[in-house]
Structure formats: C-alpha cells, structure tokens
Design a protein around this ligand. Structure first.
Ligand code: SF4
Length: 259
C-alpha cells in the first residue's frame, strides 16, 4: 500500500503522522510506521508469556462428532443453529443473533467481544462508530472489510453492554470454534480484553497480552491481541499502540502469503 494513502487512513484514525525532516514534500513516511517496521526487520518479537489458566480451546476435535453439533456443521447449518439458539439467557433479550460477516476464506479473522446496540439492531458485528474505526484500521494496512472475516465471542447482545458472563461465553464457544475451523485463517486478531481472555484462557490484562504473538488451537495459528476500537474511541492515546499491533499483523500476513 502506498504511504500517502496509509498516512491518510492513519490521520483519519487519529494516529499522529510525522514526516521525517527533509521529507515534507510528500515522500516521507509515517514515523510510527517506519520505526516499527525497522524493529520488525530484526525479526518478530518472541511469543507472549501468556498466563494460561487452562488449556486453550481447540478449534475442532479429531474424534467423530454427532452431525447436530457445531463441530460437524457447514456454514449454512451453523448459521441456522445460531439463529435459533436458546442455549443461554441472552436469547431472551436479543433483537437478533449476530453471526459473523465477511470473507469465509479470509487470511485474517477478527474476533471481538459481543454485539452492542448497533450490532443487535443491524445483525452485523462491528458497525457504528467502533466499526468505522475498525474499517479505517484495516484500510491503513491495505485491507478492506470485505476481505476479512469478523465474528464475536458471543452471538447475542448482553443487556446494557455488560461483560459476557463465563457461562454465556462457554455456551457460545462451539459456534466460534467452528467458524474459525471453517475459515482456517492464517492470522487471528483478537480485539479487546474479553475476546483475548476468552480465547487465550487467561485473566492477564490486555496490556500484557497485546504487542506479541500468541498461538491458537492445534494449528498454532498466530494470534495478535489489540485494543477494541470502542476503547480506542474513549482512549485515543492508545491508538498508536493499536497501530503497532496492526503492523505486526500486516507483516505476518505478508510472510505467510509467501509460504
Ligand atoms: S449468546 Fe450464544 S449461546 Fe447464548 S443464546 Fe446467543 S447464540 Fe446461543
């Protein structure tokens, strides 16, 4: 992606873009980007020392599974199962389920927390202001929203946007695990504390989880944690850190595309 276009998206995100001295004629590059790119040239950072509380969820079992369980379902059957799901109390208060959206063969899969009010109304994850910021973040690394697959830990909105309860996340998990198994992404991007803690089975704070690589599932899919766009809207000073995480994702996608 050309630097000017990336810089425009970064400015739209609210990430300060600096020009190198002597490069104010439009040929300079973003200081945030160039600094990190330089550090990445020395190799990816080590895997995060995640505090794992229990075994991470597996993407799918190798044992024979009944055809009516999510692990055995194709896309349409899975979608139907989610739409009619009443496995936790959130079915009582949802407007509709929010299954997931995007390219079902995507290299990058983004996993958020749970639907908010806008998502509950529209039936699509990451819409509204947070969704617009996510779109800008993707565009800044040269990706369109339609090129990635986006899903949440929960498919139904918790009332009042409260945090998902452990039992709700547990009940909903088979759907997400099947989505990951069907997409088979090259890279996973976990956005927000709830997403990261559930996927990685940890209670570590997001500040300790972001910025380095984790591995997910039996395929050891590279997983990066970053801040949720809704949090970035409230804490714009953290946007440069999110940008650093995204740059690592972009580089890993490029590397893996070459394999
Ligand atoms: S949140 Fe998940 S488990 Fe609960 S009712 Fe919705 S789809 Fe079912």
């Amino acid at each position: 992606m050309d630097r000017d276009r990336s810089s425009r998206y970064l400015q739209a995100m609210g990430v300060q873009v600096w020009r190198r001295r002597g490069e104010e004629n439009g040929t300079g590059e973003c200081a945030e980007a160039s600094g990190l790119a330089g550090s990445l040239m020395a190799g990816d950072p080590a895997l995060c020392p995640t505090e794992v509380a229990s075994e991470p969820p597996t993407r799918e079992t190798t044992e024979a599974v009944p055809s009516d369980t999510p692990a055995a379902m194709g896309w349409e059957q899975l979608h139907g199962a989610v739409t009619s799901c009443r496995a936790c109390e959130l079915c009582e208060t949802r407007t509709q389920t929010v299954f997931g959206v995007g390219n079902r063969g995507a290299d990058l899969m983004i996993i958020g927390e749970a639907p908010g009010a806008d998502e509950d109304r529209q039936g699509e994850p990451f819409v509204g202001r947070a969704g617009q910021l996510l779109n800008l973040m993707l565009q800044a690394i040269g990706l369109k929203r339609e090129q990635v697959y986006i899903a949440n830990i929960l498919k139904c909105r918790p009332p009042g946007n409260r945090d998902p309860r452990p039992q709700e996340a547990q009940r909903c998990e088979p759907y997400l695990m099947r989505q990951i198994a069907l997409v088979r992404p090259r890279v996973l991007l976990s956005v927000g504390r709830i997403s990261a803690q559930n996927l990685l089975r940890t209670v570590a704070p997001i500040g300790r989880l972001r910025g380095c690589w984790h591995e997910f599932g039996p395929d050891r899919t590279p997983l990066m944690v970053t801040y949720h766009p809704a949090y970035l809207l409230r804490s714009p000073d953290q946007k440069s850190r999110a940008w650093q995480d995204l740059l690592q994702v972009a580089r890993r996608l490029r590397d893996r595309a070459g394999n």
